[in-house]
Design a protein around this ligand. Structure first.
Ligand code: ACM
Length: 537
């Protein structure tokens, strides 16, 4: 039997560590303020999304110390990147050096990120996390799985781990074992850059926030009636006329992503194991394009810019050849700059396009997506035109039924669930919410949590569901503060529906775990809504 290290000698090690590291403020505070007691620790299951299996061992707690190393699988650059990411998230609050090594053996306490030798259930996104007194081991089959394990480990540490400067305290990881893997492979969030542009730094901040809850796709709604937010070299007036000053709802929210910025966002998202999905909405929601180019209108006259929030009035000119030259140029350039597999072509609310024209348009455009190597993705309306079975439909209806969607799924198509009355993060929480819309009703935290993606759509079995996504439309949003206020705490609810088992679904458990997230959000300065349905810590 190994001897248990007495807490007093650990305190000495921690204090010594802080002062040997020369952390002026940290060392001073450490000497003046006794660290928080060791019993102030997380439970092994106090994690969002809830892990599949967690077996606590109170005798096996691990303490991070100035001597802790992060060891990553030898020969794996990807595992090393996850290790470096983990170190970057733990260093500010601990003040510890946490070197990242690939040494095979070490007598020093360590957090090990290992590839292979997993339980078969782990699959390509799951992980196992084992905590003993000697260290933490995260095992997975892929770097995605390691990254998910790292997010769990961050939540197992006390909330002050999210602080941006050294905190004098003991960093306990609760002992035991977790085996965890997702219910659905696709767990998404969406930002609307068209109604109000969000700067790359704001998008990166949101990427970090959603990655913490194991979201693995970020859908960017890049074009709409009010603005065009992505550089397209072959059609430069798109961003010149519809991405500049005066564009956006109420004429506020100008801007667009250059190709360089878009590439950097894709790389940043990849470093957080998130895939970006770009959306060009068509054949409706196209006023910005038709304002920039007169030839995209059937009468050859450019339409005026629009800054209101009406929908359903615009349509590309279906019988004009230039329309398809335009669409193919945009799809080609977008496919070239997008590393991920999906290209979202919108297709929603094309009320100014006849059903016949809608089909004609989609029959020409859908093959273009495949031609440039991408998978077709669109709002659920695309299921009306019998798309190829590889096409993904995004269900956004509020009544849980759609015969076209059910028939498409019966043929083999898959859908992503974003029912507006559950998963739209721009719906107000209640009548007093200062921003947001309410056309799909008010969506309190419990509404966002209490539904089952596996049986939500009539005649669509769970096998037809790729996953869930939480869209956040920006008609009423301007800032990152606004994004955070609408996303937190509902984004973690949708994240849990996408990851955790149906059997673990339990509002009481979820609201307890959600309440415990508040100190983390406060440390990070996240502007969250204090729902009265939750006891916030
Ligand atoms: C949508 O909300 N129009 C997809």
């Amino acid at each position: 039997m190994r001897k248990r290290i007495p807490v007093t000698s650990l305190l000495a090690a921690v204090t010594l560590g802080l002062s040997t590291l020369g952390l002026a403020a940290g060392a001073g505070t450490a000497a003046a303020t006794p660290p928080a007691p060791a019993h102030d620790k997380q439970g092994l299951s106090d994690v969002i999304p809830a892990p599949v299996e967690a077996e606590a061992d109170p005798e096996a707690d691990f303490w991070l110390s100035p001597f802790t190393h992060i060891r990553t699988e030898r020969g794996s650059a990807e595992a090393r990147e996850v290790g470096k990411y983990l170190a970057s998230t733990l260093r500010p609050a601990t003040g510890y050096p946490l070197p990242v090594t690939s040494a095979k053996h070490s007598f020093l306490p360590s957090i090990s990120l290992e590839l292979g030798r997993t339980d078969p259930r782990v699959g390509d996104q799951g992980y196992q996390l084992d905590v003993t007194k000697r260290g933490v081991t995260i095992k997975a089959n892929t770097a995605d799985g390691l990254f998910s394990g790292v997010q769990t480990l961050r939540q197992l540490l006390p909330a002050q781990i999210a602080a941006d400067s050294p905190q004098p305290r003991i960093w306990t990881v609760p002992g035991g074992n977790i085996l965890d893997y997702p219910r659905f492979g696709y767990r998404g969030a969406m930002l609307d850059l068209a109604r109000h542009f969000h700067e790359p730094d704001e998008i990166k901040a949101y990427i970090d926030q959603i990655a913490a809850y194991k979201i693995n796709y970020l859908h960017l709604h890049l074009t709409d009636d009010q603005g065009w937010r992505i550089q397209i070299d072959s059609w430069p007036e798109l961003t010149k006329k519809s991405g500049g000053p005066g564009t956006g709802v109420d004429g506020e929210g100008p801007g667009f992503l250059t190709k360089a910025e878009y590439a950097e966002l894709n790389a940043y998202a990849a470093s957080r194991h998130i895939t970006i999905i770009p959306e060009i909405d068509m054949p409706g929601h196209t006023n910005a394009a038709q304002h920039a180019y007169a030839e995209l209108n059937c009468d050859g006259v450019a339409v005026p810019p629009r800054t209101d929030i009406e929908v359903g009035y615009s349509s590309l000119c279906i019988d004009s050849e230039i329309t398809y030259t335009f669409v193919e140029d945009v799809i080609r350039e977008l496919a070239e700059m997008t590393p991920g597999p999906y290209l979202h072509i919108g297709g929603d609310e094309a009320h100014a396009t006849t059903d016949e024209d809608y089909r004609k348009f989609m029959d020409r455009v859908m093959p273009m997506v495949a031609k440039y190597g991408k998978t077709i993705y669109g709002w659920d309306e695309i299921m009306q035109v019998d798309p190829p079975t590889s096409a993904i439909g995004q269900f956004w209806d509020t009544d849980g039924q759609d015969a076209d969607v059910a028939e498409a799924v019966a043929r083999g198509n898959k859908i992503v669930l974003s029912p507006a009355n559950k998963a739209y993060l721009d719906m107000k929480y209640d009548e007093s919410t200062p921003i947001g819309l309410s056309w799909a009703g008010y969506v309190e935290v419990r509404d966002a949590y209490d539904w089952n993606p596996g049986n939500h759509v009539q005649d669509v079995p769970e096998s037809g569901v790729l996953g869930v996504e939480a869209p956040l439309w920006s008609e009423t949003l301007r800032t990152l503060d606004h994004i955070e206020y609408m996303a937190f705490p509902r984004l973690p609810a949708i994240a849990e529906l996408g990851w955790s088992t149906e059997a673990s679904h339990d509002w009481e458990s979820f609201r307890q775990r959600l309440g415990a997230q508040a100190p983390r959000w406060e440390q990070q300065g996240i502007n969250f809504y204090r729902s009265p349905q939750v006891d916030w810590q």
